[in-house]
Design a protein around this ligand. Structure first.
Ligand code: HEM
Ligand code: HEM
Length: 182
């Protein structure tokens, strides 16, 4: 279990960096001040995300087994944090399902932009909000796994920086949506 947690810790930390880089680069492009979408970051992130999801499932099953053994019955502690971590992970997966091919498609070797509809905007905002809650709630255990002691105030500082980045991404998505409404 320990080695799994260690590998998952490294993957999760890299994943945060790659996804935020991809999101910020795309946002600059939406705002007309950048060219790149950080596709290499996005694709590497996708591979790491697949591994992170598998580890997440294994760690969940192991935790349930340990709980069941310890108490003699399947007692899942009334631990909302445990479930919020899983539910936000599932929300990320569901919203990402529609993410691929959402913005454009290649027709006869030519790239064509697809309209950014309201439903697509809602899907992307669900992704951004789920990312904020998932990373925000996991930051404590990530720091613990990394052996970093951070008091509550320091953790809130990290969540604040994360929120600013994700709000920036959300605003650029809304502006991109408005450009399609004209
Ligand atoms: C944080 C909010 C996000 C925004 C605003 C965003 C936006 C975009 C955009 C605009 C594209 C199309 C780029 C292009 O075709 O040039 C794209 C592609 C992509 N995104 Fe994201 N993305 C976000 C989060 C994510 C996440 C969490 C993942 C999962 C790891 C991800 C994985 C990908 C991948 C793999 C592609 C390339 C798909 C392909 O190969 O055609 N993105 N994203
Ligand atoms: C880009 C998207 C994601 C990012 C940046 C991310 C980030 C993180 C981080 C930083 C942790 C804490 C790791 C630690 O304690 O060492 C974590 C834990 C977790 N994540 Fe994600 N995650 C993402 C997507 C997902 C998805 C799609 C799932 C699948 C349902 C998922 C399920 C989990 C679970 C179950 C845990 C807790 C594992 C444990 O018990 O220790 N995550 N995530």
């Amino acid at each position: 279990m320990k080695i799994l947690k260690k590998i998952n810790m490294i993957i999760s930390a890299l994943l945060i960096g790659l996804i935020l880089l991809h999101g910020v680069l795309v946002s600059f492009r939406f705002l007309g001040v950048g060219e790149s979408s950080g596709l290499l970051f996005a694709r590497t992130g996708f591979v790491l995300l697949a591994a992170h999801t598998v580890f997440g499932v294994i760690l969940t099953i192991q935790t349930i087994h340990i709980e069941a053994r310890g108490k003699g019955k399947l007692y899942l502690r009334a631990n909302s944090v445990f479930w919020v971590k899983r539910l936000t992970g599932i929300a990320i997966l569901c919203s990402l399902y529609f993410h691929f091919g959402m913005f454009g498609t290649t027709v006869d070797g030519k790239f064509e932009l697809l309209p950014f509809t309201t439903i697509k905007l809602i899907d992307m905002l669900v992704l951004v909000i789920s990312l904020l809650i998932h990373i925000g709630i996991n930051i404590r255990s990530l720091l613990v796994s990394m052996g970093i002691f951070a008091p509550k105030r320091r953790r809130w500082d990290i969540v604040l920086v994360l929120s600013v980045i994700l709000v920036f991404i959300a605003v650029s998505l809304i502006l991109y949506y408005l450009s399609w409404c004209r």
